[in-house]
Design a protein around this ligand. Sequence first.
Ligand SMILES: O=C(CO)COP(=O)(O)O
Length: 248
Amino acid sequence: MRRKLAAGNWKMNGLAADLAELDAMKPAAATRQTDVLICTPATLISRAAEAVSGSAIAIGGQDCHVNASGAHTGDISAAMLADSGAGYVITGHSERRVDHGETDAVIAAKSEAGYANDLIAVICIGESLEEREGGQTLDVVGTQLKNSTPDAATGANTVIAYEPVWAIGTGKVPTLEQIAEVHDFIRAKLVERFGEDGNAFRVLYGGSVKPSNAQDIFAVSNVDGALVGGASLKASDFNAIIEALDAA
Ligand SMILES: O=C(CO)COP(=O)(O)O
């Protein structure tokens, strides 16, 4: 039985004053069946980890460098994330694939850097609108999944997040049938590659998840939770999403 995961990605949002939102998420996070994760900007990780200490909320980073240390001005290593109190790291978010030219091979290497520091990698994959309209969704998702996921991935050290690029921050959400098609496909590919352990990977949906659509999305087969952007910034929204997931 996979534990569910409600994950928030704060992206480039969050100052010290916003740590109060984490405090307000603690009661909702104290659920039986759902893990709760907030990936803050790197500048807040250590304070966020302190703020959630003793609660059920885990803290993660949003990216890491492939190397452990060295002359990489402005970059942050997986060891630094772990040292700051992170337990997870997002790799391969579409905003990094697009803004920073990250390839599947780089994303796999970043995920491995995470494993080496006992971080769980949340590996993101998803098609663009053009690819969706061109009927290439499963090809694109399949290739990204294969090449961004290291051979060392397991259901314990890796979470897959399916985030259609056109659904991120747009308010547009795929139909439940479209979500089911991709999640069932991802599950089949994981089982094909990793055998029985392929059933242990959590597969999250991401892209315009809100309290108003969460219940329907969480009822879809092979949806084990969500990676939430905008609606994870405020406890009032994210708590409702946690509760919808826990009840699903
Ligand atoms: O990119 C996302 C999470 O990583 C989704 O963002 P939104 O929930 O704001 O659409």
